[in-house]
Design a binder for this molecule. Structure first.
Ligand code: MG
Length: 204
């Protein structure tokens, strides 16, 4: 399986990062080894001094697909979860300045914690109206709503499939709103969809 991550998909985050509004969805891939499952601990890597969280709604692909039209994109996912697109911001900033790829800053081991449980999309009136948030040590540090995406989930599912064939179980991280920030050793993270806690992670 693969983890497809959408970059720059919320205006508020693009402003805090100085990203231009993309004309098309921008995406990159994390390897399967980036997954951190079952509310496991995250071990702060020694190659970065600036590890940051990005809280993101995650869509699980439910069947093989290629060149999916926007109209049928909704048939390719049934479940929604939450995850953290953990980023070595110091490495990313260095790569951006040099025009180099972001892989190292985004694709390292355990850089993609996901909720143990994904919820059926039918639970939501609209997948483009989902509140989500992250608490660290009991304080809300980031919150957003999928209505603020620049490209909707269906547009993303369709666009990416022009280039990359989906397999069952692939995950799409759909981008982060504003409020990204640092993780420190000892932090306890809790990610929510609405009021429901779906993901816990301790930083060690
Ligand atoms: Mg992200």
């Amino acid at each position: 399986m693969k983890i497809i991550c959408i970059a720059a998909n919320y205006r508020s985050h693009n402003e805090e990062m100085n990203f231009e509004r993309p004309a098309q969805p921008v995406f990159f891939i994390k390897p399967e080894t980036a997954l951190l499952r079952n509310n496991s601990d995250f071990y702060y890597p020694d190659f970065s001094k600036q590890i940051e969280f990005e809280t993101e709604i995650v869509v699980k692909i439910c069947k093989m697909g290629k060149c999916v039209s926007p109209k049928f994109a909704h048939r390719y996912y049934e479940e929604i979860g939450i995850g953290l697109d953990i980023t070595a911001r110091d490495i990313q900033n260095d790569a951006r300045a040099k025009g180099l790829p972001w892989f190292l800053s985004k694709g390292f081991d355990s850089s993609a914690p996901i909720s143990p449980v994904f919820v059926p999309k039918q639970r939501f009136e609209s997948v483009q109206d989902i509140d989500f948030s992250l608490k660290i040590n009991g304080n809300v540090v980031q919150s957003g709503n999928t209505r603020d995406m620049l490209f909707s989930i269906d547009e993303i599912v369709s666009y990416v499939s022009q280039f990359v064939t989906y397999k069952t179980g692939d995950l799409i991280f759909t981008g982060t709103p504003k409020g990204v920030g640092p993780l420190k050793i000892g932090d306890f993270c809790e990610a929510f969809i609405g009021q429901e806690k779906l993901l816990e992670m301790r930083v060690k």
